[in-house]
Design a protein around this ligand. Structure first.
Ligand code: DQQ
Length: 647
């Protein structure tokens, strides 16, 4: 079927120039995020008239009162039911229970605070991404597997939807998709962590016992490394953690600032029988990864050389260090690598300066105990990022059950702090991603949503072999929704047989985003698109050719038209991708979950995560379209769109 030819750019520009115009031609006023409710019944205008004392109003007042009492009683009852759920009260064998179903009335992921129930902000909560029921969350901490359960900890403010009073929240899961919240694992209750229990990692000893190392911000805001162990190893949920009397275990070493020493990695055991950990720091403006070693996990000594350093990159937060196999798809446990094993090491640092997570591939010198990047021009801060959108402070762990390495990343909000306070929550975590070396290129990682996510896939729409002429835009019928998993494959265009000369320039996604017309691109998907397209998030490719004849494929995620709301970030994210000549396709997997659009490009070679806040492209009013805004035709080979259930 040939798609209709429509004037894409003109339509969008016209719609944008009219501002927030709806289908009927009305200009939508900004009515604020809340429907204004009177504070108390007596404030209602009706109750301020002289008739307020009349019998009829008295009766109405009483019935209102009675209704209020009933609601309060019902609320108490549901609270009691909630408290009797595993992890919140009585200890049940959660393994035998369908948590998602049981906990839904109490912890429904989509439930906003009642005051915002009718407002679009209440529709921004995600349905299958990890997020606590309320308040602020940031870095993923200490993911691990213990006695049948995946444990996930996270930086959490139990009191508000903004950063502060940082504790470790704790949840458990058997599939990394459905989570049961537990009580806080670690709270600031000692002088050495009085200003916050900051990020850290879990290590599982060879005998199966887990331990946590974390940074405490002390009562004088000095960053100190501390240890906590489970109180009861027979509890598979590890609900109680005890801080060891030896704390603080490590203080900032000479030359390192008191506030530049944080986020211990998972420890790894080397063939000399010593444990090693790395801690992020900076020396002047040089970002560094320190290494400490220990034989007993209590007494740690600083290694004289750094694991790695890169001048000008500033403070390294949340360092991560692990091996990836050169030969097979399995993940590797850092403590169990064999001499002569065919592998590379990955070093990741989260740069405090620009809030991006950079990784680099290289070797680990067992003589010098230091990391040597394969390509110094692609070192930390210069080369590859895990994700080119909103993504920070990530952490991996080795899953011994399915022998895979899994990555979690913190996805902050990109609306205003006031919106976060009004929503009552802030931040989500990415869908956990498996990480393997890209054996096709040998020079980057591949990231892919864990296969367990597919258990949420429901109704499916498939389209095949569609020629998208220049300017085409095709609505994907039956694919509307705000909870979607989309996979699309385009045929790589015949670049040597073009009607028009390609552009010989570098392409920046921010140069007009999806509305800019080129030769080969932009083409891709619109998601969370309103009927009139005034709201839409575009994920697309754009191909250019350098003067030396080398083709460059760029992928972008354009949130500049994602929302009519004020005060939201409108950056167009993007990156050039490494596409070997042998690959004759371009693919996208786009996971849409209300306010997050997580994109995996070319089977995970690059990722872009956007936070978007549609105000009218909500639920079934959010549509999916294929578009080609370039002048040359593009062939869409296969499109699959699944509706996703809530976790
Ligand atoms: N967040 C933690 C720090 C870490 C930073 C504090 C990274 O430990 O360096 O919440 O986001």
């Amino acid at each position: 079927m040939a798609p209709g030819r429509v004037s894409f750019v003109n339509d969008i520009e016209r719609q944008n120039s009219r501002g927030a115009e709806n289908e009927s031609g009305e200009v939508c006023e900004d009515k604020g995020y809340y429907v204004q409710m009177p504070d108390k019944i007596g404030d209602h205008p009706e109750f301020q008239t002289p008739e307020v004392r009349s019998l009829s109003h008295c009766i109405r007042f009483r019935s209102v009162l009675l209704t209020a009492i009933c609601i309060a009683l019902l609320a108490c009852l549901s609270l009691l039911i909630c408290l009797s759920q595993p992890g919140l009260g009585a200890a049940k064998n959660v393994k035998d229970t369908a948590w998602s179903k049981i906990l839904m009335p109490c912890t429904s992921k989509r439930e906003g605070s009642p005051s915002v129930a009718d407002n679009y902000l209440s529709r921004e909560r995600t349905a299958f991404h990890f997020q606590p029921e309320r308040n602020w969350m940031n870095d993923p901490n200490g993911p691990m597997f213990y006695r049948g359960y995946y444990h996930f900890f996270y930086q959490y403010n139990p009191d508000a939807a903004v950063w502060g009073n940082i504790t470790w929240g704790h949840s458990v899961s058997t599939d990394l998709i459905h989570w049961q919240p537990l009580n806080l694992a670690l709270v600031p209750d000692h002088w050495y962590d009085a200003e916050g229990v900051w990020s850290g990692s879990a290590t599982v000893f060879p005998d199966g016992k887990p331990v946590i190392l974390y940074t405490g911000s002390s009562n004088e805001s000095v960053q100190l490394q501390n240890m906590a162990v489970p109180e009861d190893l027979s509890d598979p949920l590890l609900r109680k953690w005890v801080k060891v009397p030896q704390n603080p275990m490590l203080v900032p070493p000479p030359g390192i600032g008191y506030t530049d020493f944080r986020d211990p990695t998972t420890a790894w055991l080397e063939s000399d029988g010593l444990w090693r950990i790395s801690i992020g720091a900076k020396e002047g403006t040089t970002g560094v990864a320190l290494v400490y070693k220990s034989s007993d996990f209590l007494d740690w000594s600083l290694q004289s050389n750094f694991l790695h350093e890169v001048a000008g990159t500033g403070m390294w937060e949340c360092v991560d260090f692990y091996p990836v196999s050169l030969t097979d798809k399995n993940g590797l446990d850092t403590s169990k690598v064999q001499v002569n094993q065919l592998m590379k090491y990955v070093l990741k640092a989260s740069l405090d300066n620009n809030k991006h997570d950079y990784y680099t591939l290289g070797t680990y010198s067992t003589d010098f105990k230091s990391f040597i990047p394969d390509d110094p021009t692609k070192d930390i801060g210069l080369g590859l990022r895990y994700d080119y959108g909103k993504f920070y402070a990530s952490k991996t762990f080795y899953d011994p059950v399915q022998e895979r390495r899994i990555l979690w990343g913190w996805v902050n909000e990109s609306d205003s702090e006031l919106d976060d306070i009004n929503k009552g929550w802030a931040s989500v975590q990415t869908i956990p991603r498996t990480l393997v070396l890209d054996r096709q290129t040998g020079s980057n990682l591949l990231q892919w949503p864990i296969h367990e996510l597919e258990s949420l896939r429901g109704e499916k729409v498939v389209k095949q072999d569609l020629l998208l002429d220049g300017g085409a835009m095709v609505t994907v019928d039956g694919a509307s929704g705000a909870q979607l998993d989309i996979e699309v494959i385009f045929k790589y265009p015949d670049v040597h047989n073009l009607d028009v000369l390609p552009e010989q320039k570098e392409y920046e996604c921010s140069q007009g985003g999806a509305a800019q017309r080129g030769v080969l691109g932009p083409f891709g998907l619109l998601v969370l698109a309103s009927d009139n397209l005034v709201e839409q998030t575009a994920v697309y490719f754009y191909l250019t050719c350098r003067p030396n004849g080398k083709w460059v494929t760029t992928v972008c995620s354009d949130q500049s038209r994602s929302s009519l709301a004020k005060g939201v970030d409108r950056t167009v994210y993007g990156t050039a991708i490494n596409k070997p000549l042998t690959e004759d396709f371009l693919s996208l997997r786009v996971i849409v979950d209300h306010s997050i659009v997580e994109t995996f490009v070319q089977q995970g070679r690059a990722c872009i995560t956007s936070r978007v806040y549609p105000t009218i492209a909500i639920d079934r009013d959010a549509h999916v379209l294929l578009f080609n805004n370039g002048s040359e035709s593009i062939t869409m080979q296969t499109l699959q769109v699944w509706q996703m259930s809530s976790a």
